[in-house]
Design a protein. Structure first.
Length: 364
């Protein structure tokens, strides 16, 4: 009888403990491993071909000494918007989502002063997966800390939520959202085909804008960007777009696909530029195996499989607390952090080899 008497108290204490443990939902994000501190800024550009805004975040080496590196709120506008959207689509009230998605910190300082050195910094474009939350700070900040300017393209309407510079919230496209809720693979693939064309245009307009910023004396990026050494990296659908773009455009000097493929646009033809394919959940597709086979004799091609990592572990979702990560089948479960560190080191080593083989020095 005593057990029954204390059961409500035990249950209440357990709920309080779980809530305390899960707020915030993410473990502490790792510090960037490079020698530079990191700044980031947000732009809204206009794509005349698509007649729509292009939302981008740029991560870059900042002037603050590494010894003064401090954490800053993690994508605060997006976390606020996600709390509102998640509350509308779940049984949990808004205040709970606000608690779960607050007090998450990363290391990019908003609008920090860009460092100007005798050399310019190679440029890396990042593309996300489609339909998800697009959580990419760990990867982009780590690359910036190693001396890269990283431009994360944010395809408004094709991810869970986009927040423009003026605070406007763009939710996920209703057509894609409905297809994902129903598990309608045919509709999802058709949407991805359309998005592939749009995202290719976003890459083109972003590269054009970066070149303009690099030659504009009034721009903070004036003579900072090494536009002769441009790399690209993408996850899931973004990785598929990167593969296709790099095969067709010489401006891409090195590309990385993190667990992405599409049957419509991706070719298994041999790459003529340095390329790395990082595989997780989708490694069994025959088209991917053909792609690897056709490139395996190239000294500039690398294919690596991370058995410990699931599809979302190539994003910041790998930092979700347990048991939430396990319940969402986001590997690694209770291990595999070593694989994540290996993945990060391989990305840095790959881009260092192919984008920093020589330095472009600024000529005033």
């Amino acid at each position: 009888m005593k057990i029954i008497r204390y059961l409500p108290i035990t249950l209440i204490c357990s709920i309080i403990f779980c809530f305390w443990y899960l707020c915030p939902l993410f473990n502490n994000l790792p510090q960037p491993t490079g020698s530079y501190c990191v700044g980031y800024t947000h732009f809204d550009w206009y794509d005349t071909q698509l007649s729509q805004d292009v939302n981008v975040e740029i991560f870059y080496p900042s002037v603050r000494p590494k010894s003064e590196e401090l954490p800053f709120p993690y994508q605060p506008q997006k976390m606020t918007a996600l709390a509102e959207i998640n509350a509308q689509g779940s049984m949990l009230p808004h205040w709970i989502w606000r608690c779960l998605l607050s007090n998450i910190f990363s290391y990019g300082e908003p609008d920090a002063t860009i460092i100007h050195e005798a050399h310019t910094f190679p440029v890396i474009l990042y593309l996300p997966g489609i339909g998800g939350e697009d959580l990419h700070n760990v990867l982009c900040e780590n690359l910036a800390s190693h001396g890269y300017v990283v431009c994360a393209i944010i395809p408004a309407g094709d991810i869970a939520v986009t927040v423009a510079s003026d605070g406007t919230i763009v939710p996920l496209n209703s057509q894609l959202k409905e297809a994902m809720q129903k598990g309608d693979r045919a509709a999802i693939y058709e949407y991805r085909n359309q998005a592939h064309v749009r995202w290719t245009s976003l890459i083109d307009s972003t590269l054009t804008k970066l070149s303009e910023l690099n030659t504009d004396k009034n721009s903070e990026f004036y003579h900072v960007l090494d536009m002769d050494n441009v790399g690209m990296i993408g996850h899931s659908h973004g990785g598929a777009v990167v593969t296709d773009f790099c095969q067709k455009n010489k401006i891409c000097k090195a590309g990385i696909n993190m667990d992405g493929w599409t049957k419509t646009y991706n070719s298994d033809a041999q790459c003529d530029m340095p390329f790395m394919f990082m595989l997780g959940d989708i490694k069994d597709m025959p088209e991917i195996q053909n792609f690897i086979k056709n490139n395996e004799n190239s000294s500039d091609f690398t294919a690596v499989t991370f058995a410990e990592l699931g599809h979302e572990a190539f994003t910041d979702y790998c930092m979700l607390k347990q048991p939430i990560a396990a319940l969402l089948n986001i590997k690694p479960f209770f291990g595999g952090q070593g694989a994540i560190a290996t993945e990060k080191n391989m990305i840095i080593s790959f881009f260092d080899k192919h984008l920093k083989s020589f330095r472009n020095f600024v000529v005033e």
